[in-house]
Design a protein around this ligand. Structure first.
Ligand SMILES: NC(=O)c1ccc[n+]([C@@H]2O[C@H](COP(=O)([O-])OP(=O)(O)OC[C@H]3O[C@@H](n4cnc5c(N)ncnc54)[C@H](OP(=O)(O)O)[C@@H]3O)[C@@H](O)[C@H]2O)c1
Length: 337
């Protein structure tokens, strides 16, 4: 008889201190429903996944619930056309690891319409080096280009540059020919960001020092992963006709600041929602990211690989305070290891 899979199940309580994350064996019949049963290989610790472990009520719907908004692995059984046993597959977002059981488990049940069969030549681990962060970075690039940015219009700022989305965005835009200025809170990030292709490093502290709404017009566009008080500093530093893609809120969800630079410089604020990416587009976006980003930079993007056994509250708390660099991969097939 098949051994039950190990899964990291988060039990929600009224307060974060009454919540727990427990690695336990569970009957696969108890996984949320889906036509495709997958033996997983990798997930990743995204910002949202770390939040799901530390403060479940802010992310998860239902208890117990398995976090993990990204997953890849091999199909064990499928009751849907176009997906075969043994196919290497990837899925992300759209409620996975939030309202449905996600990738922090040795098995997951996916809905047929969300399953992406990986194109030949794309390894599951490579797909996970990019994951939701890669798709979000690609969407942000598409949006700023839609608003007029090109490598010739001037430098592009990327905030939260050493985070997961930030790291992929730096590598992607550099590969596309942009002059990337990486904005970071970290003092020791120069080498990491340089290896990703950043042309310059700007310390967040320096950018926060002058709070006037209109600042030196230095960037043609920006990708902001931090939000909060940093966003007005970014918009205030954009050149005429510039655009900022708003991806994240690692520094807060408030939307403070002045409308002056928006009006006087004709700026665009572009919201990014990776859940909006149709599943059938994701395979193409992953393949395009892998075509553009040199392989050696892919290794820089994902410098840390841990086991599902390592993903506990302490680890996730560190993730939320921005301690890690780049993507954190999670090896999920721990019983077989
Ligand atoms: N819109 C979407 O579809 C979408 C998709 C994916 C992620 N997101 C959001 O995008 C943000 C980044 O996600 P991620 O997975 O890249 O997260 P992450 O790996 O944790 O990176 C966040 C980075 O933000 C920077 N940061 C600046 N101030 C911070 C603060 N007060 N606390 C923590 N970090 C701070 C840090 O980089 P530096 O030290 O280099 O500044 C940190 O590494 C999150 O808010 C996430 O929820 C949105």
């Amino acid at each position: 008889m098949m051994e039950w899979p190990l899964a990291l199940r988060v039990y929600s309580g009224a307060a974060p201190s009454q919540c727990s994350a427990v690695l336990e064996r569970m009957d696969p019949e108890q996984l949320t429903a889906g036509e495709v049963l997958v033996g997983t290989a990798y997930s990743s610790v995204n910002y949202k996944d770390a939040l799901a472990v530390v403060d479940p009520a802010s992310v998860l719907r239902g208890s117990p619930r398995i976090p993990g908004i990204d997953v890849c692995g091999s199909v064990l059984s499928a009751d849907v056309p176009g997906v075969q046993q043994g196919d290497a597959v990837f899925a992300s977002g759209n409620g996975l690891g939030e309202s449905r059981d996600g990738g922090f488990s040795e098995m997951v049940r996916l809905q047929g319409r969300e399953v992406i069969v990986l194109p030949k030549g794309v390894e599951p681990r490579q797909a996970m080096m990019l994951g939701t962060a890669g798709l979000s970075a690609m969407l942000a690039l598409e949006r700023i280009e839609w608003a007029g940015a090109t490598p010739a219009t001037g430098p592009v700022a990327i905030t939260g540059a050493t985070g997961a989305v930030g790291a992929v965005a730096v590598a992607l835009l550099a590969a596309r020919g942009y002059e990337v200025e990486a904005v970071t809170t970290k003092r020791d990030a120069g080498s990491f960001l340089g290896r990703l292709g950043a042309a310059a490093v700007v310390h967040q502290e320096e950018l926060m020092a002058d709070r006037r709404p209109m600042q030196r017009a230095r960037w043609a566009a920006a990708i902001d992963n931090v939000g909060g008080d940093l966003l007005p500093q970014v918009t205030g530093s954009l050149r005429h006709g510039g655009a900022v893609a708003v991806v994240g809120l690692a520094g807060g969800h408030a939307f403070p600041g002045s409308v002056l630079p928006l009006m006087l410089r004709g700026l665009s604020i572009l919201g990014i929602c990776s859940d909006d990416i149709r599943p059938e587009r994701k395979a193409g976006m992953l393949a395009e990211l892998l075509r553009l980003i040199p392989k050696e930079r892919l290794d820089v993007i994902a410098p840390l690989e841990v086991s599902l056994r390592d993903v506990d509250r302490t680890f996730c708390q560190q993730r939320l305070t921005g301690k890690h660099f780049g993507r954190v991969l999670v090896r999920t097939a721990v019983s077989r290891a």
